[in-house]
Design a protein. Structure first.
Lengths: 118, 111
């Protein structure tokens, strides 16, 4: 069974600095997708970044980038030039296609609460 | 942003009463999901749908039922609400090989 582990329940970072959130996962699949979602105090779940497992190049979205290590099953999120608006809960998620049912299975980590300090 | 509307946004009810939460989408996505979010557990899948009238159970389906009679609507029913079902409920939609997009959540309190 697939699992997603976020080992840092809480983190803090000074404004304008860089922070890295960790995520590891366990799967025997070769094709899958990984995502980071952000949940600010407003409770919305916002997609931050996605990575296809077959792509070696790490995904980047403005100040957000990932370090995808497929062999190590690691998918960390780096936030550069942290801003107060980055304060949120961050969830790592794994997705794969289930061939037998034709559906998609998503597994979420338990989240890392990030606080950006002024 | 994906067009997903959850209703109600907040609800307080009593133990033993039935409760129905509604998820409405305007994206014509095939897949719809119901999750509950509790501290320390992240998001846990309750039920999901892969087409009209096609649904299946997730990891925490006991005490919940769903229905999808139209592509755009996915209903979650708590047949007889219990205090352990106090939670924040999220609906999500997705399409083939795409990430999920979420509604704004429903905060449900059962007294």
């Amino acid at each position: 069974a697939q699992t997603v582990t976020q080992s840092q329940p809480e983190m803090s970072v000074q404004e304008a600095e860089t922070v890295t959130l960790s995520c590891t996962y366990d799967t025997s699949e070769s094709n899958y997708y990984l995502f980071w979602y952000k949940q600010p105090p407003s409770r919305q779940m916002i997609l931050v970044i996605r990575q296809e497992a077959y792509k070696q190049q790490n995904a980047t979205e403005n100040r957000f980038s990932v370090n995808f290590q497929k062999a190590a099953k690691s998918f960390s999120l780096k936030i550069s030039d942290s801003q107060l608006g980055d304060t949120a809960m961050y969830f790592c998620a794994f997705m794969k296609h289930v061939r037998t049912s034709g559906t998609y299975k998503y597994i979420f980590g338990t989240g890392t609460r990030l606080k950006v300090l002024a | 942003d994906a067009g997903i509307t959850q209703s109600p946004r907040h609800k307080v009810t009593e133990t033993g009463t039935p409760v129905t939460l509604r998820c409405h989408q305007t994206e014509n996505h095939r897949y719809m999901y119901w999750y509950r979010q509790d501290p320390g557990h992240g998001l846990r899948l309750i039920h999901y749908s892969y087409g009209v009238k096609d649904t299946d159970k997730g990891e925490v389906s006991d005490g919940y039922s769903v229905s999808r009679s139209k592509t755009e609507d996915f209903l979650l029913t708590l047949e007889s609400a219990t205090s352990s079902q106090t939670s924040v409920y999220f609906c999500a939609i997705s399409d083939t090989n795409q990430p999920q997009h979420f509604g704004d959540g429903t905060r449900l309190s059962i007294l």
